[in-house]
Design a protein around this ligand. Structure first.
Ligand code: SAM
Ligand code: SF4
Ligand code: FES
Length: 406
């Protein structure tokens, strides 16, 4: 393990790993990280090949039934994690797709009780990136190899659906049709999603946050779960890949809520499923809530994978913020996406949904070498491919419109 002393600069600062300096990636798989975690992953299966007319889904492991999901919720964590990783390996191999995240605006008209950038948090220093700033980040990201850009923000009237649509057109003008554009700006009218799709957007993320309708209405300040679910239907009807998910450990959540979170994600047949631990923010009404340990998010990740084998699942920044090895644990449980933050540090510092957000001081683009080491350390490999959902068959539409597999 001589190499361990030569690995990543960022990690020891966080007290995460017994490593010292970083710099280059050569031999990372040999050096870096946690021998125990590495051993925990099953050996790589034989390379998967698309050899049937039915395409990738032909080899998809069968999604688990409600009965099996309910029973597996009580299995030992190592068992569900192992099953989930094996399922991921069979369908996706050892790849972890990179997405470049851009936090466009922290203005928001909504007042979700859990969120650090909610409207009533007067302590937030508000910012809004200009279209030129966004285009230049996308351009540089594309040059560096990113093939998915995720633009996210609060519900900011300045970034209206028509302005977002124009922004997508401008992004296409700069980087062409190759990269995927994912957006996440909350609930829009149905036409908003359609306009985004026809302007070049491919995917939309809108977590349902919790499957408990009463809890949803309370936490989202009066907005019912049914409204969120209607928006997800609008997103699908617009021809966008559908991303949703939930927070784990919200106050008022029960074990039944947690199981139903998985079942709702399965019912929605998500293309992308984002799970993160809820981390109480001191300047919100939920400031005094207890912090639920990471293990519950790991269990939820594993069951989400088993419920939706073909879904893209990120190892989220919230998991990495709650625990130094949070993202690694989610990948070991079947997550296959990482989303390094490409927002310039002075802005990403102000996009604090929860305290302790990692990577806020790292310059844009500097996280990829750290992530390559982390991924290699658990026997996986970063992929710069676009990584579309296996649940969709692409049409010949160059804008990436999709039709859903039967
Ligand atoms: N405004 C859009 C929306 O609400 O869908 C997109 C941005 S929103 C900040 C992105 C996600 O952050 C939310 O879906 C929520 O799950 C997550 N989030 C907000 N506050 C959080 C907290 N305190 N802990 C963990 N995740 C949080
Ligand atoms: Fe706004 Fe999204 Fe935060 Fe809710 S979670 S306050 S919609 S940014
Ligand atoms: Fe490690 Fe950002 S510094 S991922």
């Amino acid at each position: 393990m001589k190499g361990c002393k030569e690995c990543c600069a960022y990690l020891p600062e966080r007290g995460a790993l017994p490593l010292s300096s970083c710099g280059e990636l050569g031999g990372a798989a040999v050096h870096c990280a946690y021998p125990s975690e590495r051993g925990a992953l099953a050996p790589s299966p034989a390379a998967w090949t698309e050899d049937s007319e039915k395409g990738p889904l032909a080899k998809s492991p069968a999604a688990w039934t409600e009965e099996k999901i309910r029973s597996a919720w009580y299995w030992p964590l190592e068992t569900v994690v192992r099953e989930a990783r094996e399922c991921t390996d069979r369908l996706w191999g050892r790849k972890v797709f990179l997405r470049g995240l851009i936090e466009v605006t922290n203005y928001c008209v909504q007042n979700c009780l859990y969120c650090g950038i909610r409207r009533d948090n007067g302590k937030v220093e508000r910012y809004r990136l200009s279209e030129e700033q966004i285009l230049s980040i996308v351009q540089e990201g594309f040059r560096k190899g990113f093939r998915t850009f995720v633009l996210q923000g609060g519900e900011d009237p300045e970034y209206s659906p028509s302005r977002l649509a124009r922004l997508c057109e401008r992004i296409r003008g700069v980087v062409g049709e190759e990269p995927a554009i994912t957006l996440s700006f909350g609930i829009l009218p149905p036409k908003g999603y359609r306009d985004l799709a026809s302007s070049g957007a491919n995917r939309y993320l809108l977590r349902f946050e919790t499957s408990d309708p009463a809890l949803h209405t309370y936490l989202r300040n009066g907005i019912p779960l049914s409204r969120r679910l209607k928006a997800l239907e609008d997103i699908r009807n617009a021809g966008l890949e559908v991303g949703s998910g939930f927070m784990v450990g919200l106050p008022g959540e029960t074990e039944e809520t947690r199981i139903r979170n998985i079942l709702l994600a399965q019912e929605l047949q998500l293309d992308m499923g984002g799970i993160g631990p809820f981390i109480p923010h001191p300047d919100t009404p939920l400031a005094g809530s207890p912090q639920i340990p990471l293990e519950l998010s790991v269990r939820s990740t594993a069951l989400l994978r088993l419920a939706l084998p073909g879904c893209n699942i990120p190892a989220t920044t919230a998991a990495g913020s709650l625990h130094p090895e949070g993202r690694e644990r989610m990948m070991a449980a079947g997550a296959n996406v990482l989303m390094p933050n490409l927002t310039p540090p002075r802005y990403k510092r102000a996009y604090q949904l929860y305290p302790g957000k990692i990577c806020v001081d790292e310059p844009a683009f500097s996280c990829t070498s750290c992530l390559a080491l982390r991924v290699a350390g658990i026997g996986l490999e970063l992929s710069w491919e676009r990584g579309d959902s296996l649940r969709v068959k692409r049409l010949r539409n160059p804008r990436g419109g999709i039709t859903y597999a039967e």
